[in-house]
Write a protein that binds this ligand. Sequence first.
Ligand code: ARG
Length: 459
Amino acid sequence: MEKLWTGRSSGALDEYADKLNSSIGIDSRMYKEDIAGSVAHAGMLAKCGIISSEEGAQLIEGLGGILADLDAGTLKIDPAAEDIHSFVEAELTARLGDVGKKLHTARSRNDQVALDTRLYLKGECEKTAVLIKDVISALCHVAEANETTIMPGYTHLQRAQPVTFAHHLLAYGMMLARDLGRLEDAKARMMGACPLGSAALAGTTHPIDRAMTAAALGFETYCLNSMDGVSDRDHCVELCAALSVLMMHLSRLSEELILWSSWEFKFIELSDQFTTGSSIMPQKKNSDMAELVRGKTGRVYGDLTTLLVMLKGLPLAYNKDMQEDKEAVFDAFDTAKLCLAVFAPMIATMKVNAGNMLNAAKGGFINATDLADYLAKKGVPFRTAYKLTGQIVAACAADGKALEDLTLEEYKAYSDVFEADLYEEISLQTCVAKRVSAGGASPANIAAQLEYLRGVSDD
Ligand code: ARG
């Protein structure tokens, strides 16, 4: 296929140079956006009298035909084309003759690719948002069924204070709600200013109407600096950063799912649909999907790093280095979408072993803070109450007892403020129910979180 830029040069690239230069394998997935951009551009050229209205109509009809044929699979993208922009223009010219050659008036592949990528990534943001909402819904669904399932809450991976499984899961719901917000913010900024009409770098001498194309393509307005328009890749970086944070959250939850599935915890069992066996150990049920999500997180961080390093120190305006942007940002979206698609049903179908969670909560003196609070509420200064409770814990640990196993007489030996109501105060159910401070583990707080997250996920 003849290069678009044959003229000054013969366009006959060395075989490997051609391979290095080609981006069709990556950017062909933007064919719909490339054609949408060209349709808007052709309409604007005609409206501004840069081409005739008949020519505009012919171009738009020709582009529509190419889109329909690509969608139907009757037209195949030529892998020998340099990129999707060259392919569409060459196909249009093959179909329309000389009129096709007018499409590129007042335009460059530099503003074209900057536009196509934004339009394509807008769609990716929307698809990813739906998948994030599905995971939030799944978390809400399991949380709702486990509003009274008591488990140990941990700090330093040491049993700390009792919480409910609902409270623990909804913490991830909150993280994902912020991830949704980050994607939305990045998308809005990306769609704030349209680069089309920046042309190669300095704009054009043709009397174009940039506001018209910007509006037709769903942008708020057009970018004010044409050099910025063709060389800005902030949106790719921002989106990869947002996806990196999202993956970090999924990775943290994956780690917990893996731990909770272990024989050491046995808090949950993942469905057979999301686990694998071992080729040699017949007893194994491995949490491979959660492990892969944890592993793929590194890959998305890599995509972000690729972009940041590629852009660092690049002079204005367009440089071919920037062709590397799409592979990285597309990979980040592909990876995140696949992980999210696995995550929602994996969460929704997991079996929760409430009994094992409760048993774990019964060990480790996780009601010790509540015993100290009991004393503090009776007027003992908290630091004194803390120390006294620590001594009681040490004695119980030495005797292999839990706090609730001591008799009232034994308690009274430590302090005469202890009364029979202490047992109610340190029961695990009370410890959770009385955490009524806003955002705490109490049932009313769970209800508030569920209501908020259901709103976020349109559930
Ligand atoms: N394939 C190129 C890219 O993805 C399109 C822009 C090419 N522009 C140019 N001046 N060679 O960046």
